[in-house]
Design a protein around this ligand. Sequence first.
Ligand code: MG
Length: 158
Amino acid sequence: MIRIGQGYDVHRLVDDRELWICGLKIPHTHGLLGHSDADVAIHALCDALLGALALGDIGKLFPDSDPRYKGIDSKILLGHVMHLIREQGYEIVNCDITICAEAPKFRPYIDDMRTTLARVMGTDQHNISVKATTTEKLGFTGRKEGISAMAVCLLNKS
Ligand code: MG
């Protein structure tokens, strides 16, 4: 039993927030705005995992109207999503995340991001891919108005 899921998320960049991506705090002039820590990559990943098992989406599970999730570390949300996945008897085969941002450069952080996500998800770093790209200065990501992220995952019933 193999299931595939995909997720997409966008958050706005503002100048008075920390930048959290894939569970890491990244030094930058701007950060992402959101009810939680606004970790756009983890949100896309959560939606991919939930989508694979048709369990809804992150907005349904953790509504931004709920004060319990204000400023929450998205790694906690990811841990909760993984619990739901395992409750259904599924395990991670692999996940692949793409971050779209004009700045900063994420390459120095990619390995730490993979290690961090793998630890939270209880899987091997080998199963988690994180990539970053620009949009060649085009669109809202190119204008540094926001950051988007896409994720796909494959799950296997163990
Ligand atoms: Mg989000």
